[in-house]
Write a protein that binds this ligand. Structure first.
Ligand code: GLN
Length: 381
């Protein structure tokens, strides 16, 4: 028997794959994994076809096609008044998760400590550990997700290497406010702590609120990897195209890993996205589009016994089911699929210690009829 040492003992298949598979098996309405169930703009598909027909079928530039990197740099400059050099400071990635992995891989060494805010997106902690890093979780207040920055300070040590931020936040839909940013600036002042800022839901912010990117704050930007995703803007999560922006000294390290891991991202998609996003109204439209979905889903859910938690951003709505059941969230989510035909994500999957607050996450990036059908089933609970 050949023995092999697991790099990630205790880690199984991630919750999104598990719940989506279970949903398929039981033909449940899948509000678990975050992806749209409607088509993207046919024009975008035409642009991919055009790119293929025009011969854009070979390796792209390792860092991404210049047209797309320029577009990213222009957009960040216009939105956040932050100048990034498209040649040295922007890299197109195979989606957000790969960008997060590569950023962590490029700077976490054994013994480095990384602060994350829980509930936290599921890939942060395992990736940190894969490179010998130690995860220091900060538990956000339940249910308003406020961060007490004095408590975060207590997690700091001489070994603190990185803080991972995520705003708009998956799964809670909370967003960082100006006072959070100012507290963070104070906290990292006179330290060498790096920031990984996962901003993949940057355009999904509601009620006229504003997404605050760390790019807009020079004290943060100078030490930050910022991660973004085209899938969330274009309704094409399966295309797996995103990007990372970072100051040159960090991006240099990022690309050392990227070139041996991904090398380059598929060319026709990059060409199509760059051409499609020349039309800037896409960004504004996506905000209004998801605001409508969030409002509809919340109003439908208000007819159920679930308690709606706040949602200011992302395409996720969290609910407490305390008044419905005292089961654990994984058990309840499984029963919801099998007996009621609706799939959700149990929030314990977003905690290193599987903390169970009896909360589920639903994704509302779905057709109106999907949301209506799902809630018609949830009403029975
Ligand atoms: N980001 C998506 C979610 O939170 C899932 C991505 C994935 O399945 N890896 O549901």
């Amino acid at each position: 028997m050949i023995s092999s040492h697991s790099k990630l003992p205790g880690i199984g298949t991630n919750i999104f794959s598990v719940m989506s598979t279970l949903a398929e098996e039981h033909q449940a309405i899948n509000l678990s994994q975050g992806f749209p169930d409607y088509a993207c703009d046919p024009k975008l598909i035409e642009l991919v076809n055009d790119a293929m027909k025009d011969g854009h079928n070979q390796y792209a530039n390792m860092a991404g096609i210049p047209l797309l990197r320029n577009l990213v740099a222009d957009k960040v400059n216009r939105t956040h008044h932050a100048a990034y050099d498209p040649d040295q400071e922007v890299t197109i990635t195979a989606g957000g998760t790969q960008a997060i992995f590569t950023a962590i891989a490029s700077c976490i060494n054994p013994g480095d400590e990384v602060i994350i805010f829980e509930p936290a997106y599921d890939c942060y902690a395992p990736t940190v550990r894969m490179f010998g890093g130690l995860v220091k979780p900060y538990g956000m207040a339940f249910t308003d997700n406020k961060i007490d920055w004095d408590m975060v300070k207590k997690l700091f040590s001489a070994n603190t290497k990185m803080i991972i931020l995520n705003s708009p936040h998956n799964p809670t839909g909370s967003i960082l406010q100006e006072d959070d940013i100012q507290a963070l600036i104070k906290l990292i002042k006179d330290t060498d702590v790096l920031i990984l800022s996962d901003e993949v839901y940057e355009h999904l912010v509601y009620d006229g609120k504003k997404h605050l990117s760390v790019a807009a704050y020079p004290e943060l930007r100078e030490r930050s990897f910022i991660i973004a995703s085209f899938g969330k803007i274009l309704h094409t999560t399966g295309w797996k195209v995103g990007y990372c922006i970072a100051p040159e000294f960090l991006m240099k390290e990022f690309r050392k890993i990227h070139q041996f891991n991904v090398f380059s991202v598929n060319t026709p998609m990059q060409v199509a996205i760059a051409n499609y996003l020349q039309n800037e109204s896409v960004y504004q439209n996506v905000t209004a589009f998801f605001q409508e979905k969030r409002d509809l889903f919340r109003s439908l859910l208000s007819n159920t016994r679930f308690e709606l938690l706040p949602c200011y951003g992302s395409y996720f709505q969290c609910v407490s089911y305390k008044v419905i059941s005292d089961e654990g969230d994984a058990v309840f989510a499984t029963r919801l699929i099998k007996e009621f035909g609706v799939a959700a994500i149990p929030l314990s999957a977003f905690y290193t210690r599987s903390t169970d607050c009896q909360v589920l996450r639903f994704c509302f990036a779905k057709k109106q009829e999907t949301l209506e059908n799902a809630v018609n089933r949830l009403i029975k609970l």
